[in-house]
Design a protein around this ligand. Structure first.
Ligand code: SF4
Length: 294
């Protein structure tokens, strides 16, 4: 699968990147997993006519935990340079992913410096324990310059805890994914963050975020010169924001201000914050920027 993924923050030099899923399947670990996009995608996929039976078999077992697709492990070797989201359909550091699989994935990333790999996890404890060992095994002396590591912090507690652990994981760049935003987060309390991606939950059972949460995170990022990427409010649009209101519901959003949000029937809603799009992506080190070959 070398097609480009429509994931706005997986871009390089303005071009959309790809997802690479040598492992699929997961189990929940925190409140952000409640409406897991990957789980929903897997259940939709098995109902699509024309999808190969082998693929459907694998996705039927998605919720049982991680499974490896051996024939996908070498895919990035054949791709033109791009940004790659590693395991969008799993959590790479789930305890069900074998250590040797992690070594293989790190070897692929080491061997392909022309790509930029983005790894996002809710389980940084395992990354902290295993990444240094993997690097030593592969004779990697410094963090790979083409690997950016991120954690999800859907609430303040998870953001603080996981970024603190992430700070001890060798990485060229560390990022926080504040999505789905389920409460306010004080970025000043988060350590070792070079980039913040934020967004509200989408889908049928989406939980409404307070727009003030995003504004405060953005302001803290501006103050600390941290690039900020806003994916949108999600399924809930703040009342008064310019958006198609197709009236699927109204909620009173937590925040003590009596703020109302309208639920969209479909779509991602408003992507602007206070009328401005925020789509900042950190600059890459020169070492692998614009490299066209190994
Ligand atoms: S960790 Fe990620 S992939 Fe796994 S259940 Fe949670 S949201 Fe889904």
């Amino acid at each position: 699968m070398s097609g480009r993924a429509r994931i706005e923050w997986v871009r390089r030099n303005g071009e959309l990147g790809s997802t690479w899923n040598p492992v699929t399947g997961c189990t929940p670990i925190s409140p952000g997993c409640e409406n897991c996009y990957a789980r929903q995608y897997a259940s939709r996929l098995i109902a699509v006519p024309g999808v190969r039976e082998r693929t459907k078999r694998q996705y039927r077992k998605w919720a049982l935990g991680p499974m490896v697709w051996p024939d996908r492990l070498r895919e990035p070797y054949g791709w033109s340079p791009r940004a790659i989201f590693v395991c969008s359909m799993a959590d790479l550091f789930h305890c069900g992913v074998g250590y040797e699989t992690l070594v293989t994935i790190w070897r692929v990333m080491r061997d392909n410096p022309r790509h930029l790999f983005l790894v996002l996890t809710k389980r940084p404890e395992r990354a902290e324990a295993d990444v240094p060992v993997i690097q030593a095994q592969l004779d990697i002396e410094a963090p790979l310059r083409n690997v950016w590591m991120g954690v999800t912090g859907e609430t303040h507690g998870y953001a603080v805890k996981r970024t603190a652990i992430l700070g001890r994981v060798p990485a060229a760049l560390r990022f926080l994914s504040y999505e789905p935003a389920l409460g306010p987060v004080d970025i000043h309390a988060c350590s070792a963050i070079d980039w913040v991606i934020a967004g509200g939950e989408t889908g049928h059972n989406a939980r409404p975020p307070h727009p003030g949460w995003f504004a405060r995170v953005r302001d803290a990022c501006v103050e600390r010169a941290i690039p900020f990427f806003f994916k949108g409010h999600g399924a809930w649009v703040p009342a008064g924001a310019k958006a198609p209101d197709n009236g699927a519901g109204v909620a009173l959003v937590d925040g003590g201000e009596g703020l109302r949000a309208h639920k969209m029937r479909r779509g991602r809603g408003v992507r602007h914050l206070d009328g401005t799009p925020w789509t900042e992506i950190p600059k890459e080190p020169q070492q692998f920027q614009n490299k066209s070959a190994i």
